[in-house]
Design a protein around this ligand. Structure first.
Ligand SMILES: Cc1cc2nc3c(=O)[nH]c(=O)nc-3n(C[C@H](O)[C@H](O)[C@H](O)COP(=O)(O)O)c2cc1C
Length: 279
């Protein structure tokens, strides 16, 4: 058996950006090395998480910063097999939702705060503005990403499931969410199946995303063109269609049909009790 070489930090950066676009200077750190090694996994072994792992992951999630310490998020672990199958179906038939040992639904949750205000006899009209919904979605995302990093530190893999926003009211009914609470995404957690560990997917050169003092859109063109080539090479290595990044990304936003039902999300959220003060 040949030993797998341990990647140096510089190797990881090259994998993340491609040969010519890795930053020339960077500060090596084991936590950041773990982050650079991230990949979404869409094939899982059935083995459950070790005892205490879920609780540990939730503690990591709860350690994320949260706006005004309001903690406007909740998570539902879907264990019931039939409920799992319905989640997979709602997300457009994503098989990994059925396969992974742990499937988490992250909710933007203003219901708890509404109840707290009610118990204090204080009105909660502030909850009816877009700002609070956005705050809750941000809180849920920061918590989830902390959980992802913690999971990867434990040798687990994950993939986010935005497809859980396809049918928000049906999903809320399935898991008993009260009004003012909505799932913003799901997350599969488990051990990657053999051969399904995935590879580091390159990201845009920093030249495209990092700006100093003033944002510059046109100056990004050259970096985007290089990235398109890096993504095409990645797709070829992965045995995927060599579509590059620009074509694929432009197609993804072509029209409402590409939103898989989420073009109606705002209306659904209003029916779920959010945004009452917004016109
Ligand atoms: C909020 C969010 C929703 C996502 N939804 C899905 C999804 O429904 N299905 C899926 O297979 N991947 C999903 N992904 C994973 C992305 O496709 C993936 O992160 C991206 O292609 C980059 O690949 P990497 O994570 O392996 O680096 C989602 C990622 C995020 C952040």
């Amino acid at each position: 058996m040949t030993a797998t070489p341990i990647s140096t930090f510089a190797d990881r950066l090259r994998q993340r950006y491609g040969e010519g676009d890795a930053p020339a200077t960077a500060v090596a750190h084991p936590v950041i090395d773990l982050m650079l090694n991230h990949r979404s996994v869409r094939g899982y072994r059935p083995d459950p998480l070790p005892a205490g792992a879920l609780e540990t992951l939730i503690a990591a999630a709860q350690s994320a910063a949260t706006s005004s310490n309001l903690q406007t998020w909740s998570v539902v672990s879907v264990e019931d097999r039939a409920a799992r199958a319905r989640c997979a179906e709602m997300a457009g038939g994503q098989k990994h939702i059925n396969e992974c040992p742990t499937f988490l639904l992250f909710a933007a949750d203003l219901a708890r705060l509404e109840r707290v205000a009610e118990s204090e006899g204080i009105p909660s009209a502030g909850l009816d503005y877009f700002e609070l919904l956005l705050m809750a979605a941000i809180d849920a995302s920061l918590a989830a990403q902390n959980l992802v990093v913690a999971a990867e530190a434990l040798g687990l893999s994950t993939v986010y499931i935005g497809g859980m926003r396809n049918r928000p009211e049906e999903l809320a009914a399935l898991i008993g969410l009260p009004p003012m609470s909505a799932v913003v995404f799901g997350l599969c957690v488990g051990y990657a199946a053999e051969g399904r560990e995935g590879n580091i997917k390159p990201r845009l050169p920093q030249e495209a995303v990092l700006h100093v003092d003033r944002y510059d859109l046109a100056a990004q063109d050259a970096a985007i063109a290089r990235y398109d080539a890096a993504m095409a090479a990645f797709q070829e290595r992965e045995g995927m269609k060599r579509a590059g990044w620009t074509q694929h990304s432009a197609r993804r936003v072509e029209g409402p049909a590409q939103l898989s039902g989420r073009d109606d999300l705002m209306k659904a959220l209003r029916r779920m009790g959010f945004l009452k003060a917004e016109g």
